[in-house]
Write a protein that binds this ligand. Structure first.
Ligand code: GLN
Length: 542
């Protein structure tokens, strides 16, 4: 029978619930327990796929093609899991299935209500994941902040879980901000006390409270949190600011959180083995070198828009014993001030991420051109791959005004065009080419050397692709499409053999990148940036 841990947050959002949940998972995993993680998002969207990254951060794509909340990315990165679409439960998804059941007549004769119908749907989904994953511990993070109207049905459902699953099989963890006043440097626990009260008003008494603070909480704050939270002092933990998020499991475990949870569940756990994790963390926090990357994007104002990408760059950095500094540049800046493009000389590499729509694309194309012409290591992902193709078509193949039909439907040279199966699709939700697909890499190419395999699987999220009508002219002029779909018709990677490092992929290597298991394409990029910086010859990776 699975044990359930529920993580709620208070005072404000972005308090680090995702990292905390991942860290709890890590503490249990290192004690030999099999865990899975669920993210509840109380918004009405059915999934995260239709949300603007600028407002909600990146959309994380799972192997099975789910467009999910970015927290699933943290769970996968910390726990090296491949989660499923079902691991992200939203209000939209829950209501959609309740309403479908109502229409089908499943509740015939009855009035369909939030309690019990919606709450039952939520609990059924949690239990179904517990069953199919075979996990010993199911962690569930409830998104948003305690007290939000839209979160109430979920909190009610997890409240009922204790009744039905038993005290010994359920554990509530509440995390809230403990701010430090600038003036007096005092730690303030009152907001946390209020959020615990709010949780109790709903009927949930936390078993563990985590204070999220700038530094380790002092004895006085700890005493107050325990007293007003009605929990023993050894059930209060502090997640303080660290150099790297990957240190958080170590910080909490040192305070006894992992042992506390195991004892509470009556698990006779193995002792925690953090040896490997510690080694990985050391490569992040004690690097030998530094690499400076310019990320030229359209959501540069919100770094969470690119979180899997920036983490993949850091994992690759760790594999090269390097700290990776990322400067987020708004691509439009290069359109307004074209002379700024030469600033890219100050970076060890240029990275062009995913994107949608026309805004900023000319700036990104200018950045790719600069990187290509100045032999600066370049990595492009998805839109970055498509824009690199456009840049090459325009400036090397002399196809004037070549473009993607996503940007200009009337371009004379649609080198990037809508995929045939996308034509006629009207619904925007979950209709892109999504999730893991096989890619065949050509022997002898850099792609093959990096992945050291002929067949790989990577995740996708796109509607457009390289137009095969232009394949010949592009390849004749020196662009190498080194990776293709299994039928050979979809271009998946491109490279320029005469460049120091110029590589792009239609797929998103970042979604499978882990600390200690860097994505090969990201690794190649950072390794090239570093060796160029050191004045070494171009790496071949063979
Ligand atoms: N907008 C492009 C497409 O839909 C690229 C998508 C992306 O970068 N994820 O094909």
């Amino acid at each position: 029978m699975a044990k359930y841990i529920f993580v709620t947050g208070g005072v404000l959002s972005s308090v680090g619930k995702g990292i905390l949940t991942s860290s709890i998972g890590k503490m249990l995993q290192t004690r030999g327990l099999k865990v899975t993680v669920i993210k509840i998002d109380p918004y009405v969207n059915v999934d995260a796929g239709t949300m603007n990254p600028y407002m909600h951060g990146e959309v994380f794509v799972t192997d099975d093609g789910g467009e999910t909340d970015l927290d699933l990315g943290w769970y996968e990165r910390f726990l090296d899991l491949s989660l499923k679409q079902e691991n992200n439960i939203t209000t939209g998804l829950v209501y959609k299935s309740v309403i479908e059941k109502e229409r089908r007549g499943d509740f015939l004769g009855r009035c369909v209500q939030i309690v019990p119908h919606v709450t039952n749907e939520i609990k059924n989904r949690l239990r179904a994941i517990a069953r199919t994953s075979n996990a010993e511990v199911v962690l569930t993070e409830v998104g948003g902040t305690v007290g939000d109207i839209e979160g109430l049905p979920f909190l009610e459902a997890i409240r009922q879980m204790r009744l039905e699953e038993g005290y010994e099989n359920t554990l509530y963890v509440h995390v809230a901000l403990v701010p430090i006043l600038d003036v007096t440097m005092e730690m303030k626990t009152k907001p946390l006390q209020h959020s615990v009260n709010e949780l109790r008003r709903i009927g949930i008494q936390p078993d563990i409270i985590v204070a999220r603070s700038q530094k380790m909480i002092d004895a006085e704050a700890l005493r107050k949190i325990a007293l007003f939270g009605t929990i023993p002092e050894n059930a209060v933990f502090c997640s303080y600011n660290a150099d790297s998020v990957y240190q958080v499991p170590l910080i909490l475990d040192k305070q006894g959180m992992g042992d506390f949870i195991c004892q509470r569940f009556g698990h006779k756990c193995e002792s925690a083995d953090f040896t490997e994790w510690k080694q990985f963390v050391d490569t992040i926090i004690k690097p030998d070198h530094e690499v400076n990357i310019a990320l030229v994007g359209k959501y540069a104002g919100l770094t969470d828009s690119y979180v899997s990408m920036s983490e993949a760059l850091r994992h690759a950095g760790a594999a090269c014993k390097s700290r990776v500094f990322i400067t987020y540049l708004e691509a439009e800046k290069f359109e307004q001030n074209p002379e700024c493009i030469s600033d890219l000389k100050n970076y060890d590499g240029v990275f062009v991420p995913y994107g949608f729509g026309p805004r900023g694309t000319e700036g990104k194309i200018a950045a790719i051109k600069f990187a290509r012409e100045n032999d600066i290591p370049f990595l492009g992902i998805c839109y970055g791959f498509q824009l690199a193709t456009i840049e090459f078509a325009r400036n090397v193949c002399n196809l004037k005004d070549a473009n993607s039909t996503e940007i200009n439907a009337n371009t004379p040279h649609p080198v990037i065009d809508l995929m045939p199966e996308q034509r006629g699709i009207e619904y925007k939700g979950a209709t892109m080419r999504l999730g893991a697909h096989k890619i065949i890499l050509e022997k002898g190419t850099m792609a093959y050397n990096l992945y050291k395999a002929e067949e790989i699987q990577e995740r996708h999220r796109h509607r457009f692709e390289v137009n095969l009508d232009y394949r010949e002219i592009l390849t004749k002029n020196g662009l190498v499409f080194s990776g293709k779909s299994t039928d050979g018709r979809r271009m998946e990677t491109l490279e320029l053999p005469n460049h120091y490092f110029f590589f792009a992929s239609q797929f998103h290597g970042e979604f499978k990148s882990r600390l200690g298991k860097a994505s090969p394409e990201y690794y190649g990029f950072i390794a090239a940036c570093l060796s160029k910086k050191m004045g070494k010859p171009k790496p071949t990776f063979s």
